[in-house]
Structure formats: structure tokens, C-alpha cells
Design a protein around this ligand. Structure first.
Ligand code: AMP
Ligand code: ZN
Length: 446
């Protein structure tokens, strides 16, 4: 398998560290309905896990759920997103987290994502967060201020390396008074104190004061606790590179003395009608919005898989319709294959797997699927590789109907069209529509 590693900026042959490939994915902040762009990363990382499995690897995958500490900016300013959601909906931040975790998990099922081996809630790791801050401080990488505990980026020589940051420029551009006692503009909070009178329902005592962890900390802590660093593959969105992932790497080194991950994969952003997804443009579509317009979540997954995870992708409803048609065509082919299943493989699946194994080139794999002769056994493998409900949404026929279709095919071959029409009508009465295609008979339920 080959993967494009953001750390080296190269396409690299994947070499696992051990018997089980350890993968970590930065998960959602659970404070509002996700928009369709948010599913891009999870679709591509689901494909990554499925591709590793298809190549014979065992995988352990951890996904975190950010239910505390993520401020409106990626830095250390602005409101906590969970507190913001709570104020908006008149609930506690804990209720907000529970509600949106449920929304996410239901939608993950609707998108046919393989469940993560560990689903880690940030608030379940607060004690471990405190221990990590202790370690960073003891090791000389963190310092306490009135405002919180900050990571001293000047102590980590490689801080700028991962994202090729211009630290001097960042320092020069820093706003005056931007944080109380930060030593340098790139320093970031690993723990924030809650000021007297400040409203913040999520709070834990540490260093003699109430506070909460900085957003970046949970990923370092959860990886340490659930997988152990270094892990094989760390995934996230392209926006995570300069701040969130840069900070994760620094924290893990400072607390535990280890490299965090060998391979880093980042997916680009989805635009809608050529524009950024944003509330002010009124183009924040959710998965539920697509369903309301008559699409299946699988149509959207098909759309995502028809492209590459790297490079901005532009969503339009017209292109979503094209994806729906492609999936309908594939399902029709599945139903046709099922009728003629002899339990054999065509040998054409290998090229499809090879395409996906080359840096998750799903677009090329889709083109191969469109143009290859495939048997039912091949489709089962494709269905496992993509998780598109191609077989589940094309249920098997009862034997009696199956025999009628066979009989009808024989009648057509014998050019007995009267009998073939009669059998078609009989099938229709049983709720089964048959169509004749260049590949043979295709059926579906009414
Ligand atoms: P969060 O706000 O923490 O739930 O995470 C949202 C994540 O979704 C971001 O960090 C991005 O990586 C990803 N994301 C947001 N907008 C888009 C988009 N338009 N296309 C693809 N990914 C997105
Ligand atoms: Zn993370």
C-alpha cells in the first residue's frame, strides 16, 4: 500500500510498526449538527481502514469525541464550543454533548462507517490530561500563568517542522495583549483556568483552581492511553496541520518523550457550488437535508468516493445525482450478477483493490468498477471495500421468483415473447420488476 505522508510530503510505501496497525482519527466536536463537509474525512478514513483490512492487515482504530475545551478559534481564544451550544439550546454542556454524540453515531451508521475499536470521550480522560500536564511541566516544556498552563514552544526544537511554520512571522504578527502572560505567540494552552465569575459549567480542579483542558491535549492523552505512541497512522482534516496536529506532536514528545505517528493523512475541504460551507452563505447542508431532498446517505458516500481525499472537491446537487445514478447502476449490476452467481471471481477485483491501495485512489477504482466484468463474488468484495450497501439494498429473491426469471430468460432466448411477457406480468404481481439490459436480466422490488 502507498500513502501520501503529510509529514514527509511524499508518497510512501506503508510499513506497519507491528502486527496490528494503530490508527487515530481526530473526531468531531459534539456541539451542533454536522454539515456534509464533516463526513468527508470520516468517509475517507473509513475507506483507509477497509483498504488496510482488504490487504490483510489487522487494525485498531481510535476515534475521539471532543466534548470539552474546543474554543471557537483553534487557538486559546473565544468561547468554548460546548458552552456556546448549551447557551444556544438552553441545556447544559453535558446534555449538548450527549445529544450530538447520539446524532453523530446515528449518522455514522447511516453512512455505513465501520465502528471504531475505541470511541473515546475527552471528558473521560481528564485525570490523564492532568498527569500529562504535570509531565510536561516537570520536563520543562510547560509553564503556569494566571490564565492557564502553556506549552513553551521555544523548548521543542522541532515545533515548526511538521507544518513548516514561520514562527518569526507569527511572533511579529501577534496582536498586542493577545494572552496575558504567554511567552511567545506560538505557545498554546494545555490547561485553562476559569476566572472567578466566569461561566463555564465544565470544570475540574487542578493546581488549586477550577479549569479545563486545552483542546489539543485530549488527542495526545487518548493516544497514549488507548494505543501507545508511536502509532502507525494519524488522520485528520487539512486544517489540523498548522495548529492542532503540530501541538499534538509537541505535547506527546514533551510528556512522554516519543514521536506521535509515522504516517499523517489529511483530507482537503469540500466546497458547495464553488464556495466555502458557511452559515452566512446559507449552504450548510446536513445529511438530513440530503435525505429530505430524496437522496440516500449512500448516494453522498458514493459522491465522496467518486473523488480523491486530497484536493478541494466541489459539491453540487447535479453531481450528487450523478453519484446516485452510478450507485443505482452498480446495484442493478449486483442484482443481475446474483441471478447468475456461480460463486466464481472474475480476477478483476485485484486491479480495483490496487487502485484504492495507491493512496486511496477511490476515483480510479470507481472507473474500473464501471468498466470491468464483475461476478457476484467480486461485488461482495467491492461492497466490503466501500461500504455502500450495494448488496444489503438489493435483497435476495425468493426461489419461486428466481425460477420465474430464469424461465423468462429461457423464453426470451427461444424468442417466445408472448411467454416472456406473461412471466414478466406474473413477476410484477409479486412486486418484482424485471428489465432486460445488455448484461442480461436485472430485477428490483417495486
Ligand atoms: P469539528 O468542528 O471539531 O467538529 O470538526 C470539524 C472538522 O471537519 C474540521 O476540523 C475539518 O477537518 C472538517 N471539516 C470542516 N469543514 C469541512 C469541509 N467543508 N470539508 C471537509 N472537511 C471539513
Ligand atoms: Zn486531534
Amino acid at each position: 500500500m502507498k500513502l501520501y505522508n503529510t509529514a514527509s510530503k511524499k508518497l510512501e510505501e506503508f510499513k506497519p510498526l507491528g502486527d496490528v496497525v494503530k490508527i487515530y482519527t481526530c473526531g468531531p466536536t459534539v456541539y451542533s449538527f454536522p454539515h456534509i463537509g464533516n463526513y468527508a474525512a470520516y468517509t475517507y478514513w473509513d475507506l483507509l481502514v477497509r483498504t488496510l483490512k482488504a490487504n490483510g492487515y489487522k487494525v485498531k482504530r481510535v476515534l475521539n469525541l471532543t466534548d470539552v475545551g474546543h474554543l471557537v478559534s483553534d487557538g486559546d481564544e473565544g468561547e468554548d464550543k460546548l458552552e456556546k451550544g448549551a447557551a444556544r439550546e438552553g441545556k447544559t454542556p453535558f446534555e449538548i454533548a450527549d445529544y450530538y454524540i447520539n446524532v453523530y453515531l446515528n449518522n455514522y451508521k447511516a453512512m455505513e462507517f465501520l465502528p471504531a475499536d475505541v470511541l473515546a470521550r475527552a471528558t473521560d480522560y481528564i485525570e490523564e490530561d492532568k498527569q500529562a500536564v504535570d509531565l510536561m511541566t516537570q520536563n520543562g516544556f510547560a509553564y503556569e500563568t494566571e490564565d492557564g498552563v502553556y506549552f513553551d514552544t521555544s523548548k521543542f526544537a522541532d515545533y515548526a517542522k511538521f507544518a513548516h511554520l514561520d514562527l518569526a512571522g507569527l511572533q511579529a504578527g501577534a496582536r498586542v495583549g493577545f494572552s496575558s502572560e504567554k511567552l511567545s505567540a506560538s505557545d498554546f494552552a494545555v490547561w485553562k483556568f476559569i476566572k472567578p465569575g466566569e461561566k463555564h459549567a465544565m470544570r475540574w480542579d487542578y493546581l488549586g483552581r477550577p479549569g479545563y483542558p486545552g483542546w489539543h491535549l485530549e488527542c495526545s492523552t487518548i493516544i497514549h492511553e488507548t494505543l501507545g505512541e508511536p502509532i502507525d497512522i494519524h488522520t485528520g482534516g487539512i486544517d489540523h496541520v498548522p495548529v492542532h496536529h503540530t501541538n499534538e506532536i509537541a505535547q506527546t514528545y514533551a510528556a512522554y518523550g516519543h514521536e506521535l505517528a509515522k504516517y499523517w493523512l489529511h483530507c482537503d475541504f469540500i466546497t458547495i457550488d464553488g464556495q466555502k460551507i458557511s452559515k452566512s452563505l446559507g449552504n450548510v447542508y446536513t445529511l438530513e437535508d440530503l435525505v429530505e431532498r430524496g437522496f440516500d446517505p449512500m448516494d453522498y458516500k458514493m459522491w465522496l468516493l467518486s473523488g480523491h481525499y486530497q484536493g478541494t472537491r466541489n459539491f453540487t446537487f447535479r453531481s450528487l445525482e450523478a453519484a446516485r445514478n452510478r450507485r443505482a447502476n452498480w446495484r442493478a449490476r449486483v442484482s443481475e450478477c446474483y441471478l447468475h452467481d456461480e460463486g466464481k471471481e472474475s480476477g478483476n477485483f485485484d486491479a480495483i483493490l490496487a487502485a484504492v491501495s495507491n493512496n486511496l485512489n477511490a476515483a480510479e477504482a470507481c472507473a474500473l468498477i464501471d468498466n470491468s466484468e464483475l461476478t457476484f463474488s467480486d461485488w461482495k468484495k467491492i461492497n466490503d471495500l466501500f461500504g455502500l450497501r450495494l448488496i444489503e439494498d438489493t435483497p435476495n429473491l425468493p426461489d419461486e421468483a428466481y425460477n420465474l426469471i430464469r424461465e423468462r430468460e429461457a423464453a426470451r432466448e427461444a424468442k417466445d415473447y408472448a411467454k416472456s411477457d406473461e412471466l414478466r406480468d406474473l413477476l410484477l404481481k409479486q412486486g418484482i420488476i424485471v428489465k432486460d439490459t445488455s448484461n442480461g436480466t436485472v430485477w428490483s422490488y417495486l
